[in-house]
Ligand binder design. Structure first.
Ligand code: KG4
Ligand code: ZN
Length: 334
């Protein structure tokens, strides 16, 4: 089969990223321009600022991605963009830009679900990885376990019923006065703390579901901090971070273990921003000795264009191109 070059655009949140990927696996370029510094002073992503910033930089990011891949626009075979879930104004920038390029260049266009992008991120560096495998998606917006039966064939086994794990890392960090995004700061402080210092409760459901709930642990950490503040008790931030991190990651391990017990399998891919956490990586590796565990490198854990290109390639092979009427969908389901 002829090689296929995919140009992919990811603007669902606060990263403007454009990549060029060959045959869904080989990254020729993956430019990521983060807006974190701009949003940091507000303590989180400001949607309108995110959209405006994407618009300002997208031409430049495209030029850099083409230059690094050492190709011209005309060499591209397929143009892809995330169309959801995410911030609608931010998504629209990348999506409409992709459609415009596709129309002007007379190349196929395809829209990609951001979560399918994260799941596909493991294909880029693990050339031997093929479905079936189990996928744990842990990001700022999602906490999910999926059975990946084949390229583009997914069975959702579990998801969070309320907050996503990354969102709770961000909220706890904010409460402790740590900067956005909170995950890496919690991980840094946790290294200096005692993970058994404070008992935060794990969530429990009455039924034997594999679903997650992170609102309980979020409330108990925030309540703990409020109570210490009101009673004038010193808060050992390192201990709070270590205890919170341990409990929230134990909750992932427990449900992933149940998923393997129920569905079987030998491979696990852990993807999404939270999967860049080293404590998480080490705990999974030491707990699941008989399972092969795959992670993307850190740059591919958080939002990036290359993962969108990989998902686009396999989706195009199965289902073909998308219509230009495809709209941005902020709470697109998976
Ligand atoms: O996948 P991602 O870039 O965006 C979404 O699709 O949501 O994930 C961002 C999330 C944020 O909540 C951030 O705090 C979290 O990933 N994160 C981490 C770490 N690095 C990023 N959480 C825990 N530990 C980390 N080292
Ligand atoms: Zn993401």
């Amino acid at each position: 089969m002829k090689d296929m070059l995919v140009l992919s655009i990811e603007t669902s949140c606060d990263e403007t990223s454009i990549a060029v990927v060959k045959n869904g696996r080989d990254i020729l370029s993956n430019k990521i321009l983060s807006q974190i510094d701009i949003h940091n002073e507000f303590g989180g992503v400001v949607p309108e600022i995110a959209s405006r910033k994407h618009l300002e930089v997208i031409n430049m990011v495209l030029d850099e991605a083409l230059k690094e891949a050492n190709i011209k626009l005309d060499d591209i075979d397929l143009i892809a963009s995330t169309y959801g879930p995410g911030l609608v104004g931010a998504l629209l920038v990348g999506l409409q830009y992709a459609k415009g390029l596709s129309y002007a260049l007379n190349k196929d266009f395809i829209g990609v679900n951001h979560i399918e992008g994260h799941i596909s991120s493991c294909y880029l560096e693990h050339k031997e990885l093929e479905p079936p495998f189990m996928s744990l998606v842990v990001s700022g917006g999602h906490t999910m376990i999926l059975n990946v039966k084949d390229y583009g064939v997914y069975e959702k086994i579990a998801e969070t019923r309320d907050d996503a794990i990354g969102e709770v890392f961000d909220k706890v960090a904010r409460k402790l006065g740590l900067s956005y995004p909170g995950g890496p700061n919690i991980e840094r402080l946790a290294k200096l703390g005692d993970e058994d210092a404070i008992k935060f409760p794990q969530s429990r459901f009455e039924d034997d579901t594999l679903d997650f709930s992170y609102s309980g642990i979020k409330s108990s950490v925030l309540n703990y901090i409020n109570q210490c503040n009101s009673k004038g008790i010193y808060i050992n931030k390192e201990d709070v971070c270590a205890s919170f991190q341990k409990t929230s990651i134990d909750m992932l391990i427990k449900n992933v273990e149940k998923a393997f017990d129920k569905y079987g399998g030998k491979k696990l891919c852990i993807v999404g921003g939270v999967s860049s956490n080293n404590y998480l990586r080490n705990k999974f590796l030491s707990y699941f000795k008989d399972i092969e565990i795959y992670y993307p490198s850190k740059e591919l854990c958080t939002d990036n264009g290359a993962m969108i290109a990989s998902a686009a390639y396999y989706s195009f092979l199965r289902n073909g191109r998308s219509e230009y009427t495809l709209n941005a969908s902020s709470n697109l389901k998976f």
